[in-house]
Design a protein around this ligand. Structure first.
Ligand code: ADP
Ligand code: MG
Length: 400
């Protein structure tokens, strides 16, 4: 698999050329004020944009934001993002009030070498996400007409067969940006030949979301530690009662089968923080994982489990992949499991990768130093689908 990357494009020379950069600027906004609450995704694309600006390209950035329904919707405007992007780049960003219309065309035409424009939300156009190839293609034609080359730096969107991700690279010379290149390099080491021991920690809410990734990783890993809401379906599969904890009945058989095939690689909680209700201030106790009272709901892994997981993560481990919080970390009373596991990963000498939107958010919310992790993936869904071995449309499009 060879993908041309930004350095190849820079080597050709981009001065005076119009370069369309598909970025993932889908940042969280405060519902009341509309302010950007976390600009991590804007920062993540700066290396690519900075390199293009320095090389004198006319940089045309496009992105989606939220889920508008194919027509303009002010609450999902990228306007505020243009302002923040300009601050971070240290130069004003020209904002087009449409994506491929008069405003976009005149904004791009007015760019001087080394200047940056941001187009309005891609998803204000039905063609962006359409399942109809002709409709997507027509929109892709209009987008591609705005540029001479295409850079994909939107890792969070590469698993989508959308016009800006899949159809535009078929119409323009195309390369992977710095962020996409780094993500693919890191994730391919996890599926290829990771240094051993290789330990994977999975949590989060649903087994059904992560089943494919468990299946794909099980043969490769040395240890698979399972916490979070999904552990209860596994505990049930072992014959334990789980009270009113999160349970996917229809997955119990599948989990039993996985446990049988796992050759003892799967490690489950031995104790659980069980609360009287799903609430931040609910009364709670630590109980054995095989003795959850019938009226209790398991909201975190217990301290003995944290210690066991931490020990498994420390003992000479060379590679770690973590996806999914160990408990309801949004409530401080049930954040200890996630904190304990995250700290053990941060302290380990292993190369560690964090995937998953909520896991990455947990790292920041709990105040852990992002630098103590080897890589924090910007694409939750995309990183899981990559690890499942699925073909990602946006990556496949860059390979051609
Ligand atoms: P990620 O985005 O990192 O892939 P998920 O989306 O799968 O993670 O899961 C995150 C959610 O799982 C969090 O909102 C968290 O509160 C929830 N969760 C974790 N443990 C439990 C639990 N024991 N019961 C209910 N929800 C849980
Ligand atoms: Mg999530």
């Amino acid at each position: 698999m060879t993908i041309r990357n930004l350095d190849d494009l820079l080597a050709e020379g981009v001065s005076g050329r119009r370069v369309l950069v598909r970025a993932d600027l889908n940042v969280p906004l405060d519902k009341q004020t509309g302010e950007i609450t976390d600009d991590g995704r804007i920062r993540a694309v700066l290396p690519t944009l900075g390199a293009l600006v320095s090389a004198g390209a006319k940089v045309v950035v496009c992105s989606h934001l939220g889920r508008p329904k194919g027509s303009p919707d002010p609450q999902f405007s990228l306007g505020p993002v243009a302002g923040r992007l300009g601050e971070l780049l240290g130069a004003p960003v020209h904002f087009a009030t449409d994506t491929v219309g008069d405003s976009a065309r005149s904004t791009v035409a007015g760019l001087a070498d080394g200047e940056v424009a941001l187009l309005e939300n891609l998803r204000f156009n039905v063609g962006e996400t359409s399942k109809d190839e002709a409709e997507r293609g027509a929109f892709a034609d209009q987008l591609a007409a705005l540029a001479d080359a295409y850079v994909d730096d939107a890792f969070g969107a590469v698993h989508r067969k959308h016009a800006s991700v899949f159809d535009v690279p078929a119409r323009l010379p195309h390369v992977a940006g710095r962020l996409v290149l780094r993500e693919v390099e890191v994730l391919s080491t996890l599926t290829g030949n990771p240094e051993r021991p290789y330990v994977v920690v999975l949590g989060g809410s649903k087994v059904s979301d992560k089943l494919a990734v468990i299946e794909a990783l099980l043969p490769t890993v040395d240890r698979l530690l399972i916490g979070g809401g999904m552990c209860f379906t596994f505990l049930k599969a072992q014959g334990h009662e789980v009270g009113s904890s999160l349970l996917e009945e229809d997955m119990v058989e599948t989990c039993r089968n996985l446990l049988e095939r796992s050759e003892g690689k799967i490690m489950l909680p031995v104790d659980v923080v069980a609360a009287v209700a799903f609430a931040p201030d609910a009364e709670h106790d630590v109980v054995p994982a095989d003795g959850i009272p019938s009226k209790r709901v398991g909201l975190d892994i217990g301290p003995e489990t944290v210690a066991g997981f931490a020990a498994a993560l420390r003992t000479g481990t060379r590679t770690i992949f973590w996806n999914g919080p160990m408990g309801v970390f949004e409530m401080p009373a049930f954040a200890n499991g996630t904190r304990g596991v995250a700290e053990a990963i941060a302290e380990s000498d292993a190369f560690s990768v964090v995937g998953g939107g909520d896991s990455a958010a947990a790292v920041r919310l709990l105040g852990l130093d992002e630098k103590s992790f080897g890589h924090i993936s910007t694409g939750g869904g995309a990183s899981l689908e990559y690890l499942e071995g699925k073909t990602l449309p946006g990556i496949a499009a860059l390979e051609n």
